[in-house]
Ligand binder design. Structure first.
Ligand code: FE2
Ligand code: FE2
Length: 193
């Protein structure tokens, strides 16, 4: 695994003041899997695993089980990692995959659903950021805040199930070495700019 870039550090908020790691819930999100970019479908799958960790973290924040450091990490993830991932898919991945699909793949329908869910996530992420910023002051989450956190977490998990279960297997079957190379380069360029 390549060294994490600045801002991608692993964190474990359960590890406080000499407490053993297993003393609290696992609040960690893995580092960016930069070494996998040359194998872009594996990279996207690894990003999905990180998003599942993020979704779990949101549930723990809703339950009042996360500290300030974990809330800051969730904020950073929604502002940067999630935004970059949607660009990876919509600007790089979907346009490369679409022309390689067959009619029976119904790729336009699938991309339509996923893009719609991305728009919902972008809209809801504004509320999520507001909630997380508010929680940084140490207050317990209100009922409304917990609802927003849990709802975002559940939506994201549903989206990931569709992408892991349908989109990535389809891409594995249809994408050519050349299209994978273009995808890899595009993902890389986005992180260098
Ligand atoms: Fe995705
Ligand atoms: Fe997506």
């Amino acid at each position: 695994m390549a060294a994490a870039r600045p801002g991608d550090e692993r964190f474990d908020a359960a590890r406080t003041a000499g407490a053993p790691r297993r003393a609290g819930p696992d609040l960690s999100i893995d580092a960016l899997p930069a070494a996998l970019i040359s194998s872009p479908l594996d990279f996207l799958h690894a990003e999905h695993l990180r998003q599942r960790q993020f979704a779990k973290l949101l549930s723990l924040i809703a339950d009042g089980l996360a500290n300030e450091r974990a809330i800051e990490a969730a904020l950073k993830f929604v502002r940067t990692d999630l935004t970059l991932h949607i660009l990876d898919e919509e600007i790089s991945f979907f346009p490369l995959l679409r022309p390689l699909c067959r009619p029976e793949d119904k790729i336009d329908d699938l991309i339509g659903v996923l893009a719609e869910e991305h728009r919902e996530d972008e809209k809801e992420s504004e509320k999520l950021i507001e909630v997380l910023e508010h929680l940084l002051n140490g207050e317990a989450p209100s009922t409304r805040a917990a609802e927003i956190l849990r709802s975002f977490s559940e939506h994201l998990k549903g989206h990931l199930a569709l992408e892991n279960g349908v989109l990535l297997p389809l891409a594995k079957a249809r994408m050519t070495p050349q299209s994978l190379q273009l995808l890899s380069q595009s993902i890389l360029d986005r992180r260098r700019s």
